[in-house]
Design a protein around this ligand. Structure first.
Ligand code: MTE
Ligand code: MO
Length: 507
């Protein structure tokens, strides 16, 4: 009975608190929802091994897993708080106040925080405390005549009060959801946006870029299948009308651009492969898209980069910082401010309205999404987000290859089996891929067309498979003549190495 009442008091007080906070956040700033703010702090503070584990285990669902964890913790705390409240109401109030203090601290610690960001948690906690008082009062018991066991003093009052609190929590939360959807400025802005055709279309892709083998990744990755890696618990919602891009720091002519200013410079279209430094050997965090964007080098040169600078720090609307070597942007490669991906405005998850792309660099040093400012500086003067967490400041993509088919533990009949996959070494290009069966000698795979060094390359190998369990290995060689090392290294701090292998059973 006491446990059940504690549960009811705790869960309802917490529900009202979080529901109201969610509603107020939807009105002032969706990212100021205290659950999201605390989750974001957890993302920023998580030690490297925990992050690596989360990306490995939950992949693109790491955010859902994190929020599930936060809600579980909150539910357990709510029950304890409810039990404490029944003992002494001041304990419950103090506990809720302590949680609110954590929420306020989390909201204020976000890189883009303003004072209004404390409103959701304060409003939620205020109304949550009122709910706590009312529900715990209605949950008072008296000893039952005869048995002496506690029973509710006023059953009807208890039911009415708990129902009222539950409805308040539910209504606040669902209204918050509805308001959030309606105020999705980015989604609306994107739906209304027309990107003009590129003045420099991408050269047509030769038909031979695809190996034509079932089970190999599509050469151009559809947007819905493109991997997503970022720290944003809610997708930033940016309206192109109010969006601005500033260029400042050690430049002679700092400048602010509107979205239309950028489009007026003329668009180029490029096919570029992007991958994540967190990708394990054989992992999925790589994709290729046809990007439309504004060439970045001339835009920076117009700003007048001062002597002695070597780092460009891009900042996103939600406060991410990404540091890119200026040399990589200025050396003639297709560094872009991308506005479209595979013929559509950038999807919200991939950085709408503008993201950076620098071929040959892992995303965390060259592909800032939801970009809003670029500062010219030096590597000595500033460590961006991932570098503060121990990742390498300079991170060119390492040469790598992956077996897409057969899948691990596949079973195939004896006879010819097509082994196929992708290999990449952006900026250098792939010149050879070799396959090894068990401990046999390395054999040349057939390479599909490779029209640009900034693109991954498909490869195939026709294997005359004999019955038994076999290990298939792959390694690639890039245009500098360097072959992938077999030394296994984890993604931290500058990208995984080692040969991808897979086990196949031939029957
Ligand atoms: N604003 C912002 N930009 C970001 C990140 C981020 O966390 N926040 N992650 C980077 C990383 S680690 C990678 S690999 C790429 C992934 O881009 P995608 O999600 O479009 O595939 O975005 C980069 N840009
Ligand atoms: Mo990444």
């Amino acid at each position: 009975m006491t446990v059940a009442r504690g549960l009811v008091v705790g869960v309802l007080s917490a529900g009202v608190t979080l529901g109201v906070a969610h509603l107020v956040a939807a009105l002032v700033n969706p990212a100021a929802d205290p659950v999201l703010a605390v989750g974001s702090v957890a993302v920023d503070l998580a030690p490297q091994p925990v992050k690596a584990f989360a990306i490995r285990t939950f992949g693109t669902n790491d955010k859902i897993a994190l929020l599930a964890g936060v809600y579980t913790l909150l539910a357990v705390s709510a029950v304890l708080l409810g039990a404490a409240t029944l003992r002494r109401r001041r304990y419950g109030l103090a506990g809720l106040a302590a949680f609110a203090a954590v929420g306020v601290a989390a909201a204020l610690s976000r890189p883009t925080a303003t004072l209004v960001d404390v409103l959701p948690v304060l409003a939620g906690a205020g109304i949550g405390m009122a709910a706590m008082l009312v529900v715990s009062r209605a949950a008072r018991t008296v000893p039952a005549p005869g048995s002496g066991r506690p029973r509710l003093l006023n059953r009807r009052q208890f039911l009415a009060t708990t129902a009222g609190a539950a409805v308040t929590a539910g209504a606040a939360a669902t209204t918050g959801q509805a308001v959030g959807r309606r105020s999705a400025a980015g989604a609306r802005s994107r739906a209304a946006l027309r990107i003009p055709p590129p003045t420099q279309p991408a050269p047509p892709l030769p038909g031979g870029v695809s190996a034509g083998v079932d089970g190999v990744s599509a050469f151009l990755t559809p947007n819905r299948d493109f991997y997503r890696v970022d720290t944003a618990l809610t997708v930033p919602q940016v309206d192109v009308e109010t969006w601005r891009l500033t260029v400042d720091g050690a430049v002679d002519r700092p400048r602010t651009w509107t979205f239309d200013d950028l489009l007026a410079r003329g668009l180029v279209e490029r096919d570029i492969t992007l991958n994540c430094v967190s990708n394990e050997v054989g992992g999925p965090y790589i994709g290729t898209a046809r990007w439309t964007g504004i060439p970045l080098a001339p835009l920076l040169r117009e700003a007048g980069i001062r002597a002695g600078q070597n780092q460009l720090v891009s900042r996103s609307v939600e406060g991410m910082t990404i540091g890119t070597p200026l040399e990589a942007i200025l050396d003639g490669r297709d560094a872009l401010l991308a506005v479209a991906m595979n013929g559509e405005p950038l999807p919200l998850e991939h950085g709408f309205p503008v993201r950076m792309l620098v071929p040959g660099l892992y995303g965390y040093v060259g592909a800032c999404k939801w970009l809003t400012s670029m500062r010219v500086t030096t590597f000595d003067a500033f460590d961006p987000y991932w570098v503060q967490r121990g990742w390498a400041a300079q991170a060119p993509v390492k040469t790598a290859s992956r077996i897409d088919t057969p899948k691990p533990f596949a079973q195939r009949p004896a006879g010819p089996v097509m082994i196929a996959g992708v290999a990449w070494a952006q900026r250098r290009g792939i010149t050879a891929v070799e396959v090894q069966i068990d401990d046999g000698s390395w054999r040349q795979a057939r390479l599909a067309d490779g029209p640009s060094p900034d693109l991954w390359r498909q490869w195939t190998y026709r294997w005359d498979a004999t019955p038994g369990s076999h290990t298939v290995r792959v390694r690639a060689t890039d245009a500098t003549g360097a072959t992938q090392t077999d030394q296994r290294a984890a993604p931290f701090p500058d990208g995984a190495t080692g040969w991808h292998s897979t086990t196949v059973t031939i029957t």
